[in-house]
Design a protein around this ligand. Sequence first.
Ligand code: PHE
Length: 460
Amino acid sequence: MSQNTQPHQQANNLWSSRMAFILAAAGSAVGLGNIWKFPYITGENGGGAFVLVYLACIFLIGVPVLIAETMIGRRGGQSPVATMRTLTQTEGTARGWRIIGWNGVIASFLVLSFYAVIGGWALVYIGKAASGLFTGADAETIGGQFGGFLANPWELLLWHSVFMAIVVFIVGRGIRSGLEKAVNMLMPLLFVLLIAMVIYAMNNGSFGRAVSFMFSPDFSKLTTAGVLTALGHAAFTLSIGIGVLMAYGSYLPKDVNIARTAMTIAVLDTSVALLAGLAIFPLVFANGLEPGAGPGLIFVTLPLAFGQMSGGALFGTIFFALLLVAAITSAISMLEPVVEWLEEHKGVSRAKSAFGGGLAIWFIGIGTVLSFNVWEDLHPLGFIAFFEGKTVFDLLDFLVSNLMMPLGGLAIALFAGWAMKREGLPADIGLQGGAFRAFMFVLRYLTPAGIGVVFLYNLI
Ligand code: PHE
């Protein structure tokens, strides 16, 4: 099977247009990372300085890797593992680069295990919002509702399972009928709703304080661990370094300009994160909540707003429904490398691969479910100072987001920048002349140096 170079490119199995790919890749990029994670890690890391470093990472590191990874995926036209095997041969490079493919399949497997648990939270909150539970409730009540929900492992497990079932079902159906349809309409709707939320926050929250929290950098608040988090999050939010874009790129028609497409995706993704921050922090400050409250941040701030505004039950329901959609379009992209790999290497059908892979991921996810209750005080690597206080969920998130994704990105930048042959690259990337040379300079020097410096600082 894998002897056949670029099977996805030959089969009649490509994205139907550039727009379809943008929506799918943006659907992968825009997810819980933007709306759930970005605000809470910005809160935990003191605001402005963190946001600035994050933005620098997006454009200096994220975008070049996004371009390189998609290009590699389209050239190889197979699962990340087989694509890297083929390219190391056709490009005549060392075999060691194949680790990029393996890193991708393993990391996307692990990331989905905890992502699906949080996806379950979004699912539950649709029902909570619809039932009018938040109406008129104060911050304490809403915090209590969230705490009570987390304390019950069975409930978390139930919603984690439902979320995984939805993802498996969609992925099992294939690229066109499954993935494309799900994103086409709902992504734009999410954007519109977020803008509405920002307008609400402008009128009803401490908007000025939020803006200065997010945009006036105070570097004394930023730790080196915070810089690593910013780098990791830039990788996480763009879905890079983990094989997802390689997998999606394998279905990308030849005539699509990758550089332009990547910029579009990065700008969309960044706008959604910033809008989410601008919707949430005004409410955090206006209600005397703690910006560094951690993973529960949006689940305790937004319901408060929905409980106070007129029509809040409806608005809240729609908001969490769209959050769910954003989470699903990201989650399906995480399952894709695993499924492609199972299809190719084990020769199982798409539907069976999705089911088998999904089941294994679901099982690992139980560790994250328990991190919020029964295993709350279990800190498996707690004897190492750096990991003190980290639960199973924290460790998985750290391993994938702060290590496997940025290091995967580093390897991709080095592979595309230094190991691959130059011929054909300008056309494949979609940049000519000076623009191409400038891009290659960033990819060869600045991107690796940026990632390297962050890691060195953290080690010292
Ligand atoms: N980018 C997604 C988000 O921000 C998460 C993701 C990570 C998706 C890795 C795919 C791969 O929510």
